[in-house]
Design a protein around this ligand. Structure first.
Ligand code: SF4
Ligand code: SF4
Length: 348
């Protein structure tokens, strides 16, 4: 396991971090075993959030007795002072700890949300500052899906760390955010290497962020086997040639340009960002089981996009996209996937 100094925060953090978002989906004993195995293998960064159902409780009940062995990061997606403060205090209780190493203001994707969270009197940031003064929080970070906005917001000097997407299908932080974080010597944590289960080949998906200048890659894990696979994928250091190959692949798979900012919405409830992000990888490598499940689940909606009368002349989703992306045509191409040889053969 590679360890690096976590920017000016200074901890020696493992390159692989345990993403605990999906632990509530599995039996408690399995989650406990996976967390303890990860610590045994030298993973020393645990990432959760108040919003991940009972993930914090699972961590508290599984590894709080080993608290000195890991750096603990959680998040609040409350924006107002009182609500954020009570959520942070609840996190301390659920995690069974006196101190949270890193509290991140969670999922801030637009300037209005940011303004609300940073309001001096009534913002979540004020609650984080207070708890930091009391020694209940050590560092404050921010997470979001808009690398361009995050790069702007860190100019305030108010954050120690940023958690951002970095994957073969979402390489955008490389241009917009990471150079600024390096310049400021801030904690750089990349998340979602598989972008929610769409990206393959899995080993390349993990090695892409590993080949970049980030401190920790958060990978969602739910079993000893997954911990083992994740560690195996980053066993060797990438050389310059592999780094270039992975960058070229990310250029191709990230052509869709969707940042997953979720500004768009669809009256038919088509999950537009997931379709945008998975389309290139689907065409080139096919889908992982989670991707197949996704397309099966949303199939009827995706197919009906082309016939949806109110979007005939002007797709309702497109004007909402800050990147002016052609979402309707990508959705309609995805619909074509069901009419492909592959699907016809499967259905026969
Ligand atoms: S064009 Fe398709 S995806 Fe966009 S809003 Fe209309 S139905 Fe939804
Ligand atoms: S399609 Fe555009 S608006 Fe929708 S999530 Fe992607 S970048 Fe954001």
């Amino acid at each position: 396991m590679r360890y690096r100094q976590f920017g000016k925060i200074g901890h020696n953090v493992s390159a692989l971090g345990f993403g605990a978002m999906n632990l509530p989906r599995v039996p408690f004993e399995q989650a406990k075993e996976a967390l303890n195995y990860a610590l045994d293998q030298g993973i020393n960064y645990i990432d959760t959030a108040a919003a991940y159902r009972n993930s914090e409780e699972i961590i508290g009940n599984s590894i709080s007795h080993r608290r000195s062995e890991f750096f603990l990061a959680t998040k609040t997606n409350q924006r107002e002072y009182e609500a954020a403060k009570s959520e942070m205090l609840r996190s301390l209780e659920r995690l069974q700890t006196d101190t949270i190493d890193l509290l991140q203001i969670h999922y801030v994707n637009d300037p209005e949300e940011y303004k609300k969270a940073m309001d001096e009197k009534n913002g979540a940031y004020r609650a984080a500052l207070e708890l930091r003064e009391q020694g209940k929080i050590r560092y404050i970070g921010i997470t979001g899906h808009r690398p361009d906005l995050l790069a702007r917001w860190i100019q305030s000097g108010k954050f120690d760390q940023v958690l951002f997407h970095l994957s073969l299908v979402q390489p955008f932080a490389l241009d917009e955010l990471i150079p600024e974080l390096i310049r400021r010597d801030m904690g750089r944590v990349a998340m979602k290497p598989l972008s929610g289960g769409f990206v393959q080949p899995v080993d390349k998906a993990l090695r892409f962020p590993y080949s970049q200048d980030v401190h920790v890659i958060i990978s969602g894990m739910v079993s000893v086997e997954e911990v083992r696979q994740n560690i195996a994928a980053i066993e060797s250091e990438p050389d310059e040639r592999e780094r270039e190959e992975l960058l070229a692949l990310s250029g191709e798979l990230g052509e869709h340009n969707c940042r997953r900012c979720n500004y768009c919405s669809c009256p038919l409830e088509i999950p537009i960002p997931d379709v945008m992000i998975s389309s290139k990888v689907r065409d080139k490598f096919g889908l992982l089981p989670k991707g197949i499940e996704f397309y099966e689940k949303h199939r009827e909606k995706i197919i009906s996009c082309a016939d949806y009368e109110p979007c005939r002349e002007q797709p309702q989703c497109e004007p909402k996209c800050p990147y002016h992306l052609p979402m309707a045509s990508v959705i309609r191409e995805a619909a074509g996937f069901y009419r492909s040889e592959h699907f016809r053969a499967k259905e026969a």
